[in-house]
Structures are given as structure tokens and as C-alpha cells.
Write a protein that binds this ligand. Structure first.
Ligand SMILES: Cc1cc2nc3c(=O)[nH]c(=O)nc-3n(C[C@H](O)[C@H](O)[C@H](O)COP(=O)(O)OP(=O)(O)OC[C@H]3O[C@@H](n4cnc5c(N)ncnc54)[C@H](O)[C@@H]3O)c2cc1C
Length: 554
């Protein structure tokens, strides 16, 4: 087989997504083409990986037969890093370290590019999201939401008798879902990519492009590090001796504790605090900063505090924890709030104070890779580390710890590593969802951040009580807040607290990503009776009193 090449074609005549699909299919039908893609029909381009003996005319003819015009603008050898680095064994073009979401995305991209890929995993295939993150937490949250709804719900005025809760059955159901999804989304997916070899073991770098897996040396062409992060606890006196739960161990507790102190009121702490509280555990939520959900907009934090307190949760903020102690089967947390000492106690303590990247014992410094102060891998805006043969993606970067960011980064890192495409890692419009009930969903700048960045803003705050869908559901908890740049009329940030707010925020993400103005949003129709209509109402509220509208946002 001839050496692989990367070709870029100018394509004329594409006017829609279907055109992009037709062009892709036409290119893929040419013998010797390994992979073709159109990065959006508007780009007027197609990218092809093909054997070096595929003629430019053949590609142009295939596109023409589909009804479009094309010419090869650029062709270069696919940078098989094996060749680039002179790999002595030449076994793998790409070695991906970490078999979680970022790692899988990177490995699949490598396979799609026709490269030989090794995917190395030290622990359980699938990593955090499916095993100990998104999947188990969201199914437990949903189960407790249903259980809570079946009981006395203060906001809907519905009073039914709560059914009997079997915590251990809920855990069994969660374990089954995790096992099923690990199989279908990871093990079976891997089997569909014969180009990917799965290696079980702990990888460390040995300099240049060298990697050692449990004593065995490899020299892959290029490396993507996707080793994720793990729960982190602050250095509090007595904490290690007293013992504590993490998000991982809390979701595996076969015996539900009667009482729980949750330290840390960011997404993971909030979600688990409400889950246990709704299951019947007495929960005290403790936060170092002055408010819960401290990185969200202030109005959102305040409203959520009220809802959680109304469900019976105790919330203590502005607490510096000084000491933790275990005595007589109970854990005591001593701290300072203002000038005063506070002592909080419970059967168990859950520490949810963040996650730190997995970068220790990996030979990173020896391989010329710099780490930040929290152990995060430092990369450039193309996800390349200081070592040109090594890229990185996912939670190991120490920020934006969401599974879709990990998958996006993994794909991009592999493409840049293997093809030299130099694609930019764009995190300008990341949605953030905290799965409390009501959910927090946000994207872009808060009002305070916009002010810090020097924007002159207009702000709209719409209570969910103004949204017909919320009224029809007899659940008007929450609000929608929009932050708009006065000068350009563009949306800068959206912050939603509402049931299923995650479904509303995607409209804001599109508006942010494509720079939509509030005028354009006003001129767009939103369906009645939906929660997302609230987004349109919040836009209209910038100009008028929406309580004076008759039926809908129009
Ligand atoms: C409780 C909880 C709930 C969450 N909920 C959500 C949610 O609802 N939505 C969302 O988007 N995100 C959620 N997240 C975050 C999401 O799970 C992570 O952002 C995502 O899984 C990170 O993927 P990753 O591939 O970067 O890392 P991981 O999935 O952590 O994968 C890294 C893998 O690398 C392996 N590894 C580490 N070191 C080595 C080594 N030296 N050699 C070989 N292998 C190694 C590890 O064993 C691990 O399997 C949640 C996280 C938690 C903890």
C-alpha cells in the first residue's frame, strides 16, 4: 500500500448538510480513500485521507458525479508520527493513555484516520463518566427525584404517600445500568475498531516518544495523554485519620447513612447532597465560600439555597474547616464561620471539594512536559504539550471537567497529533449543568464576570412563574437570567435555574457560539408550551413587560 496522504479539496456548490453528506460519500467511494469529511458545508472544503497513489482527478470526478465541483488544493504525507519520530518498533502510530471518554474519542479518531492505535488503561475500561461519574450519579438522582415526587411535594401542592424506598435495590439498578452501558458504549465499541489495540496496564513516559507499560517499552509515533482526574481532599488536620467518603465511595454505600455532612457545594456536592437528603438522610451542606454553587450567578445560588432549605437541608456557608475527628461512630467537623467556631457532626462525612488531574508517577517531567500548580498538564491552544510528540485532552487538563469537553478534546488532540492539522481547541461556549432539582444550567459569562471584563451590559431576569409551561406543570421554581452586551446586542451569558434547565440552555449555547443578537432571537419562533419558551420570554423582557403578553412569546 502507498504511503497515506492528507488532501484538502475546495468544493463548490454545497448549500446544505445533505450536500456535505453527498460529497463525503462520493469521496469515500473512491478506491484508496480511507476517510473523508466535510467540516460543515459552509466551509466549502473537504478533507480526505487516502493512499498516495489516488489521483487528484479521481477525487474531483467522484465529487462531480455527485453534482458538485472540486479541486485538490493541497496534499501532503499524513504525518505518521512513527515515521516522524523514527519509532524503532513502528508498532503503533498513536498511543492513547487512558481509556475514558477523552481516550476513547482519541482512539476512534486515530482509527478513522486509518492509523494503528494502542489504547492503554490502568483501571476499568470506560473511565470516570460511565463507572463512577455521570451515569451512576444521574440514575441515582433520577430515582430520588421520582421518590420525592411520589411524596409530599411542597411546590406542586400534591400530597401522596411516599412509597417504600429500598436503597439497596436502587443501588442494584444503578450497578446494572453502569455494567450495561460500560459494555455497550465501551467494550462493544472497541470491538468495532480493529485498528485499536487495547492494552491493560499503567503507562509512564520515558522521554521523547517513549512509553513504558508495566515494564514493556514502546515507541509510538505520537501520544495522547487522557488520564483524567480523581477526587481530591484539602489538607485538613485529622481528615485522613477520621476517614471520609468521596463521590465514588458514597455512590457505592450499601447502607444509607442516617446523617451526612457534605463538604463542598459545587456540582458534585450539591447533586449528592440532594440525592441523599431525598432518600431520607439528614444532610448538612458546608461550603468554604459565601454561597453554594459559588461559580454560578448570584441569583441562581440564592434561589437554589431557598429550595434546598425548604426540602429540609441545612446549609452552612463561609466555613473554613480546621479539624475533623471520628468518635463513637460519628464524624465531627470543626471550623470557623466569621469569627465563630462551628462544630458539625454526622454519621458520615462526604468530601466533594474538587478533582485533581492524574499526572503523578507518569514520568511527565522527564519527558519535558510542564505541569500547573494543581498538577494539570499544560498544553497550547492545539492541545500539544511542551513535548512535540505528546498531546493531552480531558480532565487531565484540570478545567472544564465535562464528558463532552473530554470527548471533543480527545478527537481534536488525536487529529492534530496524527495529521498536523493544527485545529484550535475552542471552549468559548461550554454548557454547564448541575443536576439538582431544579437544575442549574449556564453558559457564557455571569453578570459579575461580564463587568470584570469591561462590558456594558443589559440584564434580564425572568421568574419561571412567567413561563406558561411552568404554570401548567404547577412548578414555577426558578428563573432565567440573560446577560447581553449593550454595544453589540449579542448574548454574553445565560443562567437558568429550572426543572430540566439543561434542555433550555442549549438554545443559549447556539446563540453564544454563533454570536446571535437579541434582535435575531426576538425574531425566532419558540414553541408554546415549552420551558425553552422561557428563554424567548427572557429576551423579550429586555424590552417589555412580558406579563402583558396574552398567550405566548410569539
Ligand atoms: C460524580 C461525578 C458526576 C459527573 N457528572 C457529569 C455529568 O453529568 N455530565 C458531564 O458532562 N460530566 C460529568 N462528570 C465529569 C465527567 O465524568 C468527566 O469530565 C469525564 O469522565 C472525564 O473523562 P476523561 O477521559 O478525561 O477521564 P477519565 O474518564 O477519568 O479517564 C481517564 C482514565 O485514565 C486511566 N489512567 C490514569 N492514569 C493512567 C496511566 N498512567 N496509565 C493508563 N491509564 C491511566 C484511568 O484509570 C481512567 O480510566 C462527572 C464526574 C463525577 C466525578
Amino acid at each position: 500500500m502507498a504511503e497515506l496522504e492528507q488532501l484538502e479539496l475546495d468544493v463548490q456548490g454545497m448549500t446544505c448538510d445533505s450536500c456535505a453528506l453527498h460529497v463525503t460519500k462520493a469521496l469515500e467511494s473512491v478506491a484508496g480513500v480511507q476517510n473523508a469529511r466535510v467540516p460543515g458545508w459552509e466551509s466549502g472544503r473537504a478533507q480526505v485521507t487516502a493512499d498516495g497513489d489516488v489521483a487528484a482527478e479521481e477525487l474531483a470526478a467522484a465529487v462531480q458525479s455527485a453534482g458538485y465541483k472540486a479541486r485538490v488544493a493541497n496534499r501532503k504525507p499524513l504525518q505518521s508520527a512513527t515515521q516522524a519520530s523514527g519509532s524503532p518498533d513502528g508498532e503503533y502510530d498513536l498511543m492513547v493513555i487512558g481509556g475514558g471518554s477523552a481516550g476513547f474519542a482519541a482512539a476512534i479518531k486515530g482509527a478513522e484516520l486509518g492509523q494503528r492505535v494502542a489504547l492503554v488503561e490502568a483501571g476499568t475500561i470506560g473511565g470516570t463518566c460511565v463507572n463512577v461519574g455521570c451515569v451512576p450519579s444521574k440514575t441515582l438522582i433520577r430515582a430520588m427525584e421520582q421518590y420525592h415526587l411520589a411524596g409530599s411535594h411542597p411546590f406542586r401542592g400534591v400530597h401522596t404517600t411516599a412509597g417504600h424506598l429500598s436503597w439497596s435495590q436502587v443501588l442494584d439498578q444503578k450497578d446494572k445500568l453502569v455494567a450495561d452501558m460500560r459494555q455497550s458504549r465501551y467494550v462493544d465499541v472497541l470491538a468495532a475498531y480493529p485498528e485499536v489495540t487495547y492494552l491493560q496496564g499503567h503507562a509512564r513516559l520515558t522521554g521523547g516518544n517513549g512509553v513504558e507499560i508495566d515494564g514493556q517499552a514502546y515507541a509510538p509515533g505520537t501520544v495522547v495523554i487522557a488520564t483524567g482526574a480523581r477526587p481530591w481532599a484539602p489538607p485538613i488536620s485529622g481528615l485522613a485519620e477520621a476517614g471520609y467518603l468521596t463521590s465514588t465511595t458514597a455512590m457505592d454505600l450499601r447502607e444509607r447513612p442516617d446523617s451526612l455532612v457534605v463538604l463542598g457545594a459545587n456540582a458534585v456536592g450539591l447533586e449528592l447532597a440532594q440525592t441523599f437528603a431525598r432518600a431520607g438522610t439528614t444532610v448538612t451542606l458546608v461550603e468554604l465560600l459565601p454561597r453554594i454553587a459559588p461559580f454560578e450567578d448570584e441569583e441562581i445560588s440564592e434561589a437554589l439555597t431557598d429550595y434546598l432549605q425548604a426540602e429540609g437541608m441545612r446549609i452552612v456557608t463561609g466555613v473554613t474547616t480546621e479539624h475533623v475527628e471520628r468518635q463513637g461512630g460519628r464524624t465531627y467537623l470543626t471550623g470557623r464561620q466569621g469569627g465563630n467556631e462551628v462544630v458539625l457532626e454526622a454519621e458520615r462525612l462526604l468530601v466533594a471539594t474538587g478533582r485533581r488531574p492524574n499526572t503523578t508517577e507518569m514520568g511527565l517531567e522527564e519527558a519535558g512536559i510542564r505541569l500547573g500548580s494543581r498538577g494539570e498538564l499544560l498544553v497550547n491552544d492545539r492541545l500539544q504539550t511542551d513535548n512535540p510528540a505528546v498531546y493531552a485532552a480531558g480532565d487531565v487538563l484540570g478545567k472544564d471537567m465535562f464528558v463532552y469537553v473530554a470527548a471533543y478534546g480527545g478527537t481534536l488532540a488525536a487529529e492534530n497529533a496524527l495529521t498536523g492539522a493544527g485545529r484550535l481547541y475552542d471552549t468559548s461556549a461550554i454548557p454547564r449543568v448541575t443536576f439538582t432539582d431544579p437544575q442549574i444550567a449556564s453558559a457564557g459569562l455571569t453578570e459579575a464576570q461580564a463587568a470584570t471584563e469591561g462590558y456594558d451590559v443589559r440584564v434580564s431576569v425572568l421568574p419561571m412563574a412567567q413561563v406558561p409551561r411552568a404554570l401548567a406543570a404547577h412548578d414555577t421554581r426558578g428563573l432565567i437570567k440573560l446577560v447581553v452586551d449593550r454595544e453589540t446586542d449579542r448574548l454574553l451569558g445565560a443562567h437558568v435555574l429550572a426543572p430540566e434547565a439543561g434542555e433550555i440552555i442549549q438554545t443559549a449555547v447556539l446563540a453564544l457560539r454563533f454570536g446571535l443578537t437579541t434582535k435575531q432571537l426576538r425574531e425566532t419562533m419558540f414553541p408554546y408550551l415549552t420551558n425553552v419558551e422561557g428563554f424567548k420570554l427572557a429576551v423579550l423582557a429586555l424590552e417589555k413587560d412580558v406579563s402583558l403578553l396574552s398567550c405566548c412569546a410569539g
